[in-house]
Write a protein that binds this ligand. Structure first.
Ligand SMILES: C[S@@+](CC[C@H](N)C(=O)[O-])C[C@H]1O[C@@H](n2cnc3c(N)ncnc32)[C@H](O)[C@@H]1O
Length: 300
């Protein structure tokens, strides 16, 4: 392909077989993905990378990995194409209340926070790598529950839901899910928080949707995000795709974003041998959660 950013299209490409990616091409794409997103595609996931790239290349009628690589890495059109490709390359598997013990621990924590609270500022929560929104809506449901139990103390709450994939965020904002995707919810939760939507789908009630701000954030660019003083940071099934040193670095940055007494919830076993002087691990083997000490080093 020429350096002039013109995409060379191969006639009838969709009818041809997928080309096999050679080792050099694999390493080139592997490195690009990791440097831009942190996601590390190991050799066992080469087929995933190749299939995802080919699916996108088919849409563009392109047949050559090198030509597509140049297309993606050059100029403003490359940036736009990268954004479309990311929707293919990210694993966006998720569900409501995906790990119930984690949500139970969040509910208990919020209740305790509300009980001892002296200030009126709204609670702030963050779903990091929110995919299509189920995690953020699950957090909204448990926040509502905590508020109801807190009787008179209802300072309100707001949830940030961030992801690198624009398609995921679009789905999250829409808040529409087919019945088959509601498996993690109890019947009571379904009745309380969903109503019949378009076609066969169910939609999240406005009372929850209005609490959530879906916004694009590459977690590697966290320094640019004005999100801080969090009462809950919920980051599950994102760091598992990253190298261990990067997981530690990101967790250390997330720890600084917590308000005193705030909780960082990650997936069970997503990191071992990590601790941070600001945090204390919650003594509950069913979850991997850390609570930020107050300014005097005490747990609130
Ligand atoms: C497997 S999903 C996890 C969804 C949800 N947290 C859960 O546990 O069900 C991982 C999400 O992380 C997002 N992701 C991957 N790399 C990212 C990055 N560098 N910054 C922000 N989000 C990223 C993906 O787009 C995807 O939606």
């Amino acid at each position: 392909m020429s350096k002039g950013h013109t995409v060379q299209r191969t006639p009838n490409w969709s009818l041809q077989q997928l080309p096999e990616m050679d080792a050099e091409q694999f390493h080139q794409w592997q490195a690009l993905l990791e440097s831009r997103t942190g996601v590390c595609v190991n050799d066992q996931r080469k087929v995933f990378l190749q299939t995802s790239l080919c699916a996108r290349m088919r849409e563009l009628s392109m047949a050559d990995y090198q030509a597509y690589y140049e297309h993606v890495t050059q100029g403003p059109t490359g940036a736009i194409e990268w954004s479309a490709l990311i929707d293919r390359l990210t694993v966006r598997e998720t569900s409501f209340m995906r790990h119930r013990p984690s949500y139970d621990a969040v509910t208990r924590h919020l209740q305790a926070q509300l009980a001892g609270r002296t200030q009126e500022r709204p609670l702030q929560l963050w779903s990091v790598g929110c995919a299509s929104g189920e995690e953020a809506y699950s957090l909204a449901m448990v926040s509502e529950e905590a508020m109801q139990l807190a009787a008179n103390k209802q300072p309100g709450y707001a949830i940030w839901a961030t992801d690198i994939s624009l398609k995921a965020l679009e789905q999250g904002r829409a808040g529409q899910y087919p019945g088959s995707r509601l498996g993690g919810l109890t019947d009571t939760e379904k009745h309380q928080w969903l109503r019949a939507g378009d076609k066969e789908a169910f939609e999240i009630v406005p009372a929850l949707r209005d609490r959530i701000c879906f916004t694009r954030l590459n977690i590697l660019d966290m320094a640019q995000a004005p999100i801080q003083d969090l009462d809950i940071i919920f980051c599950q099934n994102l760091l598992i795709y990253f190298r261990r040193w990067r997981r530690r670095d990101l967790l250390n940055l997330l720890a600084k974003r917590l308000a005193p007494g705030g909780m960082l919830m990650i997936g069970l076993g997503e990191i071992v041998d990590w601790n941070n002087p600001l945090l204390e691990r919650l003594p509950d083997d069913r979850v991997q959660a850390y609570v930020r000490r107050d300014t005097n080093g005490r747990l609130e």
